[in-house]
Design a protein around this ligand. Structure first.
Ligand code: APR
Length: 267
């Protein structure tokens, strides 16, 4: 390994994890907020977490949106408090080494599909091709009826005629970001569950693995005899079910893992 990285995991653990990735037939990855911490975006739980500091938000955000979509739109166009700062960091954030390492694993045809809980678009910005955004994408708008998604800047928002309506079906348009209380859109949920059924290995990176149905995906892989490999700064609720848990910041840890996989693919 060239330079030392801040990890508590041994070279042997990295080597073993790389071996499992190379020997697996269908590797997927579930990522969470920890992937984007090194891009300047706060996590939600654990040290420095947004919910750690401000408490979990109400679980009925979607129901409140449906009750008064126009007010909800106005509220979300001028976010206040912690969500204002969060929205501003999303606009400034750029992909970090963790995102780039996962793109390389996909290019080496080791990683088949990446499922992210993050709405920051950083996996796509890094060049990841096979991405499923189970909690949506903050740069997109979605019709709640036909699920058609459009880039935010492709929809004319008229403040006197809120909420915007879908040109295709007339349905209400909202941010593609899945609200608390909102069902995961059926198209992306089905695709994620299919990946969980096909995979024999799941990398669980930068997630507390506590929010369902996303957290169910690695458990489905495990229940069919698959392997879980964790990348996290701290132990989580899923650490015990992982065959290996690589402890350290996502960027250097995933870069080191990808380097080990690359070295052995050459051999
Ligand atoms: N490198 C790797 N892991 C990190 C780093 C880092 N630099 N910093 C934090 N972590 C880990 C934390 O230890 C934690 O396990 O990332 C995880 C972040 O967990 P959460 O904040 O709970 O984020 P996530 O798992 O993505 O939350 C799931 O909850 O609030 C909802 O919709 C939101 O998509 C989010 C969902």
């Amino acid at each position: 390994m060239s330079e030392e990285i801040p990890t508590q995991s041994s070279p042997q653990e990295f080597e073993n994890a790389a071996q499992i990735l190379r020997d697996s037939k269908h590797v997927i990855c579930l990522t969470g907020a920890g992937l984007s911490v090194e891009s300047g975006i706060r996590p939600f739980r654990g040290p420095g977490g947004l919910w750690t500091e401000h408490g979990e938000p109400p679980m009925d955000g979607y129901q409140r949106f449906l009750r008064d979509p126009a007010s909800a739109w106005r509220e979300r166009m001028q976010p206040e408090g912690p969500m204002k700062a969060f929205s501003e960091t999303l606009l400034r954030a750029r992909p970090n080494g963790a995102h780039l390492a996962l793109v390389e694993l996909e290019q080496m045809e080791v990683l088949r599909c990446l499922i992210t809980q993050n709405v920051d678009n950083l996996h796509r910005a890094a060049g990841q091709q096979n991405v499923l955004e189970i909690h949506g994408n903050a740069t997109l708008l979605r019709c709640i009826d036909c699920l058609e998604r459009r880039p935010r800047n492709a929809v004319q928002i008229d403040l006197d005629h809120l909420p915007p309506r879908c040109e295709t079906c007339g349905g209400i348009i909202k941010s593609d970001t899945v609200e608390f209380g909102e069902p995961i859109p059926r198209d992306v949920l089905e695709a994620c569950m299919q990946q969980g059924e096909q995979a024999d290995c799941c990398i669980v990176a930068g997630t507390s693995a506590t929010v369902y149905p996303a957290a169910q995906i690695p458990l489905d892989v495990l229940s069919r005899g698959g392997h879980l490999i964790e990348v996290n700064l701290y132990p989580t609720e899923i650490t015990q079910q992982c065959v290996i848990s690589l402890r350290g910041p996502a960027a250097p840890t995933l870069a080191r893992l990808t380097e080990d996989v690359r070295e052995h693919l050459k051999a």
